[in-house]
Design a protein around this ligand. Structure first.
Ligand SMILES: [Zn+2]
Length: 137
């Protein structure tokens, strides 16, 4: 892949993450997202994380934080399931992009599969079709 191609990909809205990996809100709702290869974070979540990191440390460690689902009712839990599935899709899309880059560098399916802990055949079957653009519907 040429540097020009990479520049085009960055400007293509389809190459942007479509949801915050932390609050699971869509980009249309959060505004700009800071993206890493496997996650994206919105301004609100980044501000919350910064506040948490900058808070003074307690003298003694407190109880471990509850898992995200502990405080949710069954309805709230069920409402979030599709968003968690969308977060999975976003990670899958990122993985496909990385595999596409590896293939663009002529790295073999065997080496890619080995790096992912799968066979050459499994890697090829899973990633041969390349990046599937996320529908913005
Ligand atoms: Zn967020």
């Amino acid at each position: 892949m040429s540097p020009e191609r990479s520049g085009e990909d960055r400007e293509d809205p389809r190459s942007q993450p479509f949801m915050c990996s932390f609050c699971l809100r869509p980009r249309e709702e959060t505004g700009v997202l800071a993206a890493a290869p496997t996650a994206a974070i919105c301004r609100d979540c980044a501000a919350g994380a910064l506040k948490l990191l900058e808070a003074p440390r307690p003298a003694a460690p407190g109880p471990l934080p509850a898992t995200p689902w502990d405080a949710l009712s069954n309805d709230e839990l069920l409402e979030r399931l599709p968003r968690v599935a969308e977060a999975r899709d976003q990670v899958e899309e990122h993985l496909r992009r990385w595999v596409d880059v590896a293939r663009g560098r002529n790295i073999s399916w065997a080496v890619i599969g080995s790096s992912l802990g799968m066979s050459r055949q499994s890697a090829w079957e899973r990633f041969r079709s390349g990046v599937q653009p996320h529908s913005q519907t």
